[in-house]
Each structure stands twice: as C-alpha cells, then as structure tokens.
Design a protein around this ligand. Structure first.
Ligand code: HEC
Length: 110
C-alpha cells in the first residue's frame, strides 16, 4: 500500500514538474513577452510600424521560436534589434516566451 502511494506520488510529481522544464512556462512567458508587443503587435500581430516588416510570432511553432531566438542570441541571425532582445534572456526564459507565443493560436484566439 505504502509502495503504491509512493509510486503514485512520484508520478504526480514528475508530471507536474517535467513539462515546465521541457516546454517552458506559459504564464512566465506571457509576462516576459510583454515587451515584444511593441514591435510584434501582440495581440493581433499587426505591424505597428507600417514602414518595416515585423514577422508574425503569435501561434508560431515552439521549436521554430526557440531556434530563431537562439540564432539572434548567437549572432547567427544578424538583426541588431532582435539580437539585443534575445541576448537579454536566459535559455529558460526563451523557452517560456516560446511556450507562451506558440500557445496563442489555440488558447488565446480572439
Ligand atoms: C524593437 C522592435 C522589436 C522588439 C521589441 C521585438 N522584436 Fe522580434 N523582430 C523584430 C524585427 C524587425 C524582426 C525581423 C528581423 C529580421 O529580419 O531578422 C523580428 C524577428 C523576430 C523573430 C523571427 C521571426 C521569424 O519569422 O523568423 C522572432 C521569433 C522574434 N522576433 C521574437 C521576438 C520576441 C520573443 C520578442 C520579445 C522578447 C521580440 N521579438 C521583440 C522587431 C522586434
């Protein structure tokens, strides 16, 4: 009986903590992504500056967002503004932001 409880508890614990590490924390990402809205125009993702192109990032694929942000961070992608943005976040924060942005097409549909 005790053994069963212990197993059940560790499964519950594992499933409660694992996704946060692997996937990023959507709620933390929502807070962090606040600064992205000025340029990327969250919500609705319309370009707030009509004179230059800002890509749509809401609802974008999770892995794609992480790859793009890491590429700006490493300098592989050379856009200075986005590099400055990406450099200011840790890997975990990039996962959190990406989790939030990729969740937008399903949970925050307007
Ligand atoms: C000052 C304006 C500005 C801010 C603030 C900003 N971005 Fe960007 N972002 C851009 C521009 C402009 C591009 C296009 C850059 C290019 O051509 O490489 C871009 C590109 C991107 C891309 C690549 C999209 C693609 O389709 O490849 C991602 C992902 C992204 N931004 C995420 C973010 C996130 C997340 C934040 C907030 C942490 C953020 N941006 C804040 C202006 C901004």
């Amino acid at each position: 009986m005790k053994q069963t409880l212990r197993i059940a508890a560790s499964i519950a614990l594992a499933s409660a903590t694992l996704p946060a590490f692997a996937q990023g924390d959507v709620n933390n990402g929502r807070v962090l992504a606040y600064t992205c809205a000025g340029c990327h125009g969250v919500p609705g993702y319309k370009n707030v500056y009509p004179h230059y192109h800002v890509p749509k990032i809401g609802g974008q694929n999770y892995e794609y967002l992480i790859a793009a942000l890491n590429a700006y961070r490493s300098g592989e992608r050379r856009h200075p503004t986005m590099r400055a943005q990406a450099e200011s976040y840790t890997e975990q924060e990039i996962r959190d932001i990406s989790a939030f942005l990729s969740s937008l097409n399903t949970s925050d549909r307007k």
